[in-house]
Ligand binder design. Structure first.
Ligand code: PMP
Length: 387
């Protein structure tokens, strides 16, 4: 047989998967490895999809998505974050934030272009860059700086060949959040270089301390920014596969071409559900956010008491726990914790080299499970000390 595409062949499967496979093969495992809300989609949202079937809405929509949904998205970004996007020409409804990441890379990147990513970063960015022929360039982030992107590091990473930077705050896996002041320091550098800013804002509703800020908030660079967001995390709608991409009209038209030929239109029933989510789902978001925050407070207090010195994440439902005091490397920590105490967490190295010495713990699971998992982690650390 002929060889397949060598870039695809060289891609490594996600480092998260290995732990799911190990955990699935065992009984009695508490999984703090998952990257999705434990809540089911609120029923009033699901009911609108059921209604849409009954009403015969079983056909394609416009390539960009239902105009009623795009208007809701425009209202949402205006009312919630003070940023205006035109529903006719600047909003594209996608198959999750996942499709949006891929569309951005394919639309912007020429073979050989450098794209800056933060390390640690979400697992899909580097494969998307590579598949588009780009070259990922990593900026290491540190716990000492709350896993934020610093202006001096950005400035140093930008070269003639840099096409874009991908930012994701609140961050998966660190839970780090960039404030308006943090972004303000980056704006002159971004403006001067003219590079695109792909801003993955999928966790924008999960900020516990302070306020969410998008780089698109800054008028000077607004047209360089491509905003990715979606319904998975905020509304507990991972299985619906719905997201969106906000960009200036010229860019949006190009992004829509790729979407048109690859996807056609996002799932129609999910779009009806999403209209309901944006119209009437804000109280649901607030309730879930409150629950995540209570869990975060509990888990961080417990981890710090165990000697795993962990920054309190300002957003998401992940905590990036520093495990260096255990004396183990991230991978060994995760394998042994799973085998000896049946708790699944993900090594920080699954998200980049700078994740060594950390594990990502998801608190998108019940308080009882979190308490039991903490007791088991404590037991695990004690056995290490006794050994
Ligand atoms: N971006 C980040 C940072 C994520 O964590 C995820 C999901 N884990 C996604 C994008 C993709 O989300 P979806 O495709 O479900 O919208």
């Amino acid at each position: 047989m002929k060889p397949i595409n060598s870039t695809i062949e060289r891609l490594k499967p996600s480092g998260i998967r290995k732990y799911f496979d190990l955990a699935n093969a065992m009984e009695g495992v508490i999984s703090l490895g998952v990257g999705e809300p434990d809540f089911d989609t609120p029923w009033h949202i699901s009911a609108k999809a059921v209604e849409s079937f009954a009403e015969g809405h079983t056909h394609y929509t416009a390539n960009r998505g239902l105009i009623a949904l795009r208007r809701q998205i425009a209202n949402y970004y205006r009312n919630r974050y003070g940023i205006d996007y035109d529903p006719e020409s600047e909003i594209l409804v996608t198959v999750g934030g996942s499709e949006a990441v891929d569309l951005c890379c394919r639309t912007i990147i020429e073979p050989g272009d450098e794209v800056i990513v933060l390390d640690p970063n979400y697992v899909a960015y580097e494969p998307a860059i590579l598949m588009a022929g780009g070259v990922p360039v990593r900026i290491p982030l540190t716990q000492a700086h709350d896993f934020k992107l610093l202006p001096e590091d950005l400035e140093q990473a930008i070269t003639e060949r840099t096409k874009a930077v991908i930012v994701n705050f609140p961050s998966n896996p660190t839970g780090g959040v960039m404030t308006r002041e943090d972004y303000a320091r980056l704006v002159p550098i971004l403006k001067a270089s003219g590079i695109y800013v792909i801003s993955d804002e999928i966790y924008s509703e999960l900020v516990f301390d302070g306020e969410f800020c998008s780089p698109a908030h800054f008028d000077e660079i607004r047209d360089q920014v491509l905003v990715i967001n979606g319904f998975s995390k905020a509304f507990a709608m991972t299985g619906w596969r719905l997201g969106y991409l906000l960009a200036n009209p010229e860019l949006s038209a190009q992004l829509t071409k790729v979407h048109q030929f690859v996807i056609m239109s996002a799932p129609t029933s999910a779009q009806y559900a999403a209209i309901e989510a944006l119209e009437h789902g804000m109280p649901d978001i607030a309730a879930m956010r409150g629950e995540y925050e209570a869990r975060r407070n509990l888990i961080c207090a417990r981890l710090n008491r165990m000697g795993l010195t962990t920054n309190v994440p300002k957003g998401t439902f992940y905590v990036f726990a520093n495990i260096t005091s255990s004396g183990l490397m991230s991978d060994e920590f995760c394998v042994r914790l799973l085998e000896e105490q049946k708790v699944a967490v993900v090594p920080g190295t699954a998200f980049g080299e700078s994740g060594e010495g950390f594990v990502r713990i998801s608190y998108a699971t019940s308080m009882e499970q979190i308490k039991e998992a903490c007791a088991r982690i404590e037991g695990f650390l004690e056995t290490l000390r006794d050994a």
